[in-house]
Design a protein around this ligand. Structure first.
Ligand code: PLP
Length: 351
């Protein structure tokens, strides 16, 4: 067995995606299933498609290409603004991209013409989180310009909150987006098909008793599907499974040692000062061959009977509460989003 390894429970992902699709249906909100934390894993994508998502969302063109090469023909949205140097690959493999820069959309237009393809564009609007987005007062002018571009069709508008500054989606900012749609449609005499209100952080708002859904008809959902939680308070969403991913690693030392270090102490390998442990006597310490080169150890939850004491590049140090742990034994950890992402992108973790 190759360790460490990340195990994916595809049934749990299917369950979560189809539950969210079903729950959002009465609100007339469709789901874009975001695969970016799985590096565009085609097996995960197939579950999302089967569960009723209307498109897939990916942040990296490499992952979009991986999905296409695996034979996935479902509509794919590039959910990060395209790099100007990658517009050819974007037009070739993604159906739609989220955009904020007219210059990039002009480059997409030229490329679409030369590839004899049509590329869909969703204009992202800034509503306070201060990551990607066109300022509200500029959206109409950009939309007028984009509408003229050959090879480009305007698919809709969207926004993204809660990622950079933690701004919470609520009736106020979502109504701003809805009002903008109404005003754009009347002044430009056009219909906007997709109104993409945001990500997993929008679910608390969407399912709230006093939510005003307005024109929002689309959400891009990643973490809620993969880990079963919303992202404003990181609380578990009732009815969803939180065990889709498990990170398994191997015990390489298991020994009874003093609870407290000895010798004079400075910083550790990562420049952190250790708080003094107010403990006496002996504890059972276990080292697992897993470290910061494999995952984000602060995002791991230890199996029952163990607590995580610390980590360095290659070692995860645990305390075993019942003293049971043998060298060579495997221990499995639950992951949060940061730990999942780091494990997925580590060359040392088998997925
Ligand atoms: C990552 C991302 C999403 C998905 O976010 P989750 O919190 O995982 O649901 C949606 N939209 C954009 C633009 C993103 O970058």
């Amino acid at each position: 067995m190759n360790n460490p390894r990340l195990t994916t429970n595809l049934q749990a992902i299917h369950h979560n995606a189809s539950t969210l699709v079903t729950q959002l249906q009465p609100l007339s909100i469709e789901v874009c299933g975001v695969t970016k934390a799985t590096l565009g894993n085609p097996e995960v994508a197939k579950q999302l498609i089967d569960a009723g998502t209307t498109s897939l969302g990916e942040s990296r063109i490499e992952n979009v290409e991986r999905l296409r090469h695996a034979g996935i023909t479902h509509p794919i949205m590039l959910i990060r603004s395209p790099m100007p140097s990658q517009v050819a690959r974007v037009v070739a493999h993604a159906d739609i991209s989220l955009n904020t820069e007219l210059g990039v959309i002009e480059a997409l237009s030229l490329e679409a013409l030369s590839q004899d393809r049509q590329h869909g564009v969703i204009l992202m609007v800034e509503l306070g989180d201060l990551r990607e987005g066109i300022m509200l007062e500029d959206v109409e002018a950009v939309l007028r310009a984009v509408r003229q571009l050959p090879g480009i069709y305007v698919k809709g508008i969207g926004t993204n909150l809660a990622c950079q500054s933690g701004v919470i989606p609520d009736n106020t900012n979502m109504s701003q987006l809805s009002d903008l749609v109404d005003s754009l449609e009347s002044s430009l005499d056009m219909e906007l098909e997709i109104i993409s209100g945001g990500n997993s952080a929008n679910l608390v708002w969407a399912f709230g008793v006093d939510s005003h859904i307005g024109r929002i008809n689309h959400l891009r959902l990643g973490e809620s599907i993969l880990l079963g939680r919303e992202t404003v308070h990181r609380s578990h969403i009732e009815g969803l499974k939180d065990n889709a991913f498990t990170l398994t690693a191997e015990v390489i030392e298991s020994n009874t040692k003093p609870a407290n270090p000895w010798g004079s102490r400075g910083e550790n390998a990562f420049g952190e000062e250790h708080p003094r442990q107010h403990r006496e006597g002996l504890v059972h310490r276990v080292i697992v061959a897993l470290g910061r080169q494999d995952t984000d150890p602060s995002g791991l939850t230890a199996p029952e009977g163990f607590t995580i004491i610390g980590s360095s590049s290659d070692h995860l140090v645990l305390e075993s509460l019942d003293g049971e742990a043998s060298v060579g034994q495997e221990l499995s950890f639950a992951v949060n989003y940061a730990a999942l992402l780091a494990a997925m992108t580590s060359p040392f973790v088998r997925c």
